[in-house]
Design a protein around this ligand. Structure first.
Ligand code: KG4
Ligand code: ZN
Length: 407
């Protein structure tokens, strides 16, 4: 099966094409292309994701990203008359005019995207793929809609089914990807002993998910306010560090040399006895501590970053290991943008080995920790292999759901 997947839930425009046999543990996934265009630099001046800018950028980028993705996969073949026919309507065969009407109405709200789509896609020979997958949530609804409408337009013109995907399922399953023999082009999907536990940490989510079986999830802990990535981003902004704050804080924390300690931040809810989190108080504590100093020096930033990272790490690790013990899980999966953090990884692996050496801690490959469409393709493939036609939804019923949860 070959799947082309689209991801636009936040500030990365991504399209990936994978090829795989039926899903089973150990099955091989061949990555035909994996293109990610990040808008991070564009949002940096606003100190966070600016939704209307993100919508515009996705609209502008989807067709170029599709072109690159098809090219990488060796699937970009222009129709013979496409090069010398500048007018869009000329490229659409007469008997496909009703398709043209449908495309126009699907893309009616995405002006730039519609123009680019009609100027490019009808001139491309239908690629050899079996389904289009698209992130339908959670995320920013206006940006999710751009990806969904693009998926619907592609599915219409190429007569393909659509598999809607939960973005968090993508992050979760990417922790099961092991590099194959052909590094970067192949991944093997690991086996999973149930129940397993996933720690999903990103800019919008902080969740502990109990996995009862393939595709059967129960959220057993979550943040009551800010997500951990959001707290990293906000704390960084308070210190005058660029967006995204996670990598910036992590870099500074590494350069801190311990001294007689002066700054200490709280470890919110660390002894709450449940598996929930709270990061808003930690972020506010940073604000108050910073006010105690006449100016924010580089030294202060390093020390604050170090203490912030330690506080976040302690809470995440303690709760995750408590949940793993409580539910008797033998595997912990870690995914989402914040899983790129070295300190959290180091402490979680160390402490887990001390608590129970039998527990395996699996991380998403580093290059797949942030948002990408490869994980969306993988989630679509697993779902389609295990549930068949149920994974496919009629075009009209697919809509964006910013708050959809794993269940
Ligand atoms: O999964 P992701 O790319 O997008 C969402 O779905 O939210 O996660 C983005 C988040 C941002 O908050 C970013 O600051 C954080 O991941 N992040 C990190 C690191 N790298 C990215 N946080 C801590 N340490 C890092 N090294
Ligand atoms: Zn994400």
């Amino acid at each position: 099966m070959r799947i082309l997947a689209i991801e636009t839930s936040c500030d990365e425009t991504a399209i990936s094409i994978i090829e795989a046999d039926e899903f089973k543990p150990g099955a091989l996934i061949r990555v035909l292309s994996n293109v990610v265009l990040s808008q991070v630099a564009k949002h940096a001046e606003y100190g966070g994701v600016f939704p209307s800018l993100a919508v515009r950028e996705h609209s502008k980028s989807l067709v170029p990203v599709l072109k690159k993705s098809l090219e990488e996969a060796g699937m970009l073949h222009l129709e013979p008359n496409a090069q010398n026919s500048p007018s869009t309507s000329l490229r659409i065969p007469r008997n496909s005019r009703d398709k043209f009407e449908i495309l126009n109405s699907i893309l009616e709200r995405e002006q730039i995207l519609r123009e680019q789509f009609l100027a490019f896609v009808p001139g491309v020979r239908k690629p050899d793929i079996d389904a289009v997958a698209v992130t339908s949530g959670p995320g920013l609804e206006p940006t999710l809609w751009v990806g969904i409408n693009f998926a619907k337009a592609l599915a219409t013109i190429w007569d393909l089914p659509i598999i809607p995907v939960n973005h968090m399922e993508g992050h979760l399953l990417s922790a099961l990807l092991e590099k194959g023999v052909e590094k970067n082009f192949e991944f093997r999907i690991s086996n999973l002993e149930f129940p397993a536990l996933a720690l999903l940490i990103s800019g919008g989510h902080t969740e502990l998910v109990l996995i009862h079986d393939w595709l059967k999830y129960e959220i057993v802990g979550q943040t009551k306010d800010d997500a951990v990535g959001e707290a990293f981003d906000k704390a960084a902004r308070m210190m005058g560090l660029p967006y995204p704050g996670g990598p910036a804080i992590s870099r500074l924390a590494k350069s801190y040399t311990p001294k007689a300690k002066s700054i200490s931040l709280p470890r919110p809810m660390i002894d709450s006895g449940d598996f929930n989190f709270s990061f808003s108080g930690l972020k506010t504590a940073v604000l108050y501590r910073l006010k105690e100093f006449p100016e924010i020096t580089e030294e202060l930033r390093c020390e604050m970053s170090h203490e912030f990272e330690e506080a976040a790490t302690e809470v995440l690790v303690k709760k995750t290991l408590a949940a793993a013990e409580h539910y008797g899980t033998k595997t912990i999966l870690v995914g989402g943008g914040v899983s790129a953090n070295d300190r959290i990884k180091e402490v979680l692996i160390e402490e887990s080995a001390i608590q129970n050496p039998e527990v395996r801690v699996l991380y998403a490959p580093r290059e797949l920790t942030g948002d990408n469409a490869l994980m969306i393709a993988v989630a679509a493939w697993v779902r389609h292999s295990l549930t068949g036609e149920k994974a496919i939804q009629p075009l009209d019923s697919i809509s964006a759901n910013g708050n959809i949860r794993l269940s």
